[in-house]
Design a protein around this ligand. Structure first.
Ligand code: 5GP
Length: 239
């Protein structure tokens, strides 16, 4: 597969065209941002970890009935993926209260929900990714009703699969963000990445944060936390 021109550079990844119009190459960077780009930094080795982790998790999700963009890992930072048009929604699933949920509602952190929550943010940096309700998604025709139902069902399925998997690694899946896209024929598939950049992952025994919150909140030990969580995942996949 030939890597052609760079199409896009985002906060954490670059995207390249290939000689196949249906396939793209994503390249994971070590750059880290938070608070809509207001905080910037580098997490050494993050791109390598996020590439590998996202690929392992998406491969597992495929087996469990969630279609994804993952095609083939090309090298430690680059992966071949199916080309999609991204649906401009951040799909957030929560098992435990924290982050913007606790902030928005003045609700205590660390409360385990009886059922996972699903919410959407409208992906728009200028507007700071505002929370959006279903009827507004439909009013702006960001998705059809059927597509939104599909996205909702896939998001909960992803949660079931990943919650169980992370638990087997001794890790609590607190919450995460997904992005979906449409193939040329309109099929909805999971895209973007699933990594410690996009998930909250707490050590199940100690509650230690093993994700990007260490960077967001200046907790230190950021690189070590990424290494630790990747090590847990790899050990479990080998077991
Ligand atoms: P919160 O809404 O509490 O800030 O985030 C909920 C979950 O979604 C967290 O796991 C967080 O990492 C993820 N998330 C929400 N928005 C973004 C975003 O813009 N970028 C990234 N990387 N993750 C996000």
């Amino acid at each position: 597969m030939e890597k052609k021109e760079q199409l896009y550079e985002g906060k954490a990844k670059k995207v390249y065209a290939t000689d196949d119009p249906e396939l793209l190459i994503v390249s994971y960077k070590d750059d880290a941002t938070a608070f809509n780009g207001k905080k910037k930094g580098t997490i050494a080795g993050k791109g390598i970890i996020n590439n590998k982790m996202s690929n392992r998790l998406m491969a597992r999700l495929e087996k469990e009935g969630v279609p994804t963009h993952f095609v083939e890992e090309l090298n430690e930072r680059e992966t071949l993926v199916k080309k999609v048009k991204i649906v401009p929604l951040e799909v957030i699933v929560r098992n435990i209260s924290t982050g913007s949920f606790s902030k928005r509602y003045g609700f205590p952190e660390g409360v385990v929900f009886d059922e996972p929550t699903v919410e959407y943010s409208y992906k728009n940096d200028e507007l700071n990714d505002p929370l959006i309700c279903d009827s507004h998604v439909l009013a702006m025709k960001l998705t059809t009703k059927e597509e939104l139902q599909t996205i909702h069902d896939y998001a909960l399925r992803v949660n079931e699969v990943l919650k169980a998997f992370w638990l087997s690694c001794g890790v609590t899946l607190v919450d995460f963000k997904l992005e979906f896209g449409r193939l040329a024929d309109g099929t909805i598939i999971l895209a973007d990445e699933i990594s410690p950049d996009t998930s909250r992952l707490w050590d199940a025994a100690t509650g230690k944060k093993l994700d990007k919150d260490r960077f967001r909140q200046d907790l230190g030990g950021v690189e070590d936390a990424y290494q630790e969580i990747m090590g847990r995942l790899e050990a479990q996949l080998k077991a």
